[in-house]
Design a protein around this ligand. Structure first.
Ligand code: NAD
Length: 244
């Protein structure tokens, strides 16, 4: 098919809720990680400057816990990978999650707004690389050799999200914006639905366990666990639209 005749794109915005059924707690879970840990102590740039060892120890510990849990993609991640494979137009997954479950499920176009677990970034030179090794204030950057500048490539509270230019461009050319398992309260992601409606005149769909913070902005609402609602939604899109 000639590029000009490709159907318009679909942007999928995912949050912690899509990974819940894989065994990763959401931000707002009653017994979740963030009810036990003070954000200000470990997930801000101020905390990093105050006590690098404390911040790095926290992420070393969390990463080891996640690896030990052998977390795997669930039916919702797999359905989105199938959508990208079988839909004739563009499918872009924009995720607020740091976990690699979309990629493990087979999605190829994934933009991690809040960084990625398993990646390290140098605060000195900006070099980003994959690493499973524990970090300490003595760790040395393999690119610029600076000591004490390595941190997890995770966007902390108060920092700029990543890939924003690509994300805004994808939203501007989409026909559907689908928000899955995100509270609609964390900006800028919570504002994507408005951009999709105003600038792209897109159809907007919310999939969640319950109505979210920006629920009135969606044309369509589908409530239930992501492992059930997402595969059904993907079936519907593949069966009903842009079918050749
Ligand atoms: P959130 O915790 O604020 O909200 C989670 C949303 O998911 C809620 O609206 C909840 O109703 C919904 N949900 C829970 N279980 C669900 C299920 N089985 N099916 C469908 N929906 C379900 O998460 P958020 O909106 O993504 O924002 C919190 C921030 O925390 C994000 O920036 C994210 O980066 C980070 N976070 C990431 C992970 C991860 O990488 N997996 C986990 C926790 C938090």
């Amino acid at each position: 098919m000639h590029q000009d005749f490709l159907p318009p794109g679909i942007v999928i915005l995912t949050g912690a809720g899509i990974s819940k059924e894989s065994g990763i707690d959401t931000f707002r879970d009653k017994d979740g990680l963030w009810t036990r840990v003070d954000l200000e102590e470990v997930a801000t740039i101020e905390a990093w400057h105050r006590d690098k060892k404390k911040v790095l120890d926290f992420y070393n510990h969390t990463r080891r816990g996640l690896r030990a849990a052998h977390i795997v993609p669930n039916a919702a991640h797999l359905a989105l990978a199938r959508l990208e494979r079988d839909y004739e137009g563009e499918v872009v997954v924009v995720t607020q999650n740091i976990d690699p479950l979309h990629e493990q499920a087979g999605s190829r176009t994934v933009l991690h707004m809040h960084g990625r677990d398993g990646e390290v970034r140098c605060m000195g030179c900006g070099h980003v690389f994959a690493s499973e090794a524990d970090l300490s204030p003595q760790s040395k950057c393999p690119n610029c050799q600076a000591v004490g500048e390595l941190r997890p490539n995770i966007v902390w509270f108060g920092e700029m999200p990543q890939h924003m230019d690509e994300i805004y461009a994808a939203i501007d050319r989409c026909v559907d914006l689908v928000q899955i398992g995100t509270s609609g309260e964390v900006y800028p992601a919570a504002g994507f639905v408005l951009q999709a409606r105003r600038r792209a005149r897109a159809h907007t769909v919310e999939l969640n366990l319950e109505p979210t913070g920006n629920q009135p902005l969606f044309h369509e609402h589908i409530y239930g666990p992501a492992t059930q609602t997402v595969p059904a939604y993907v079936e519907r899109v593949l069966a009903g639209r842009w079918k050749s």
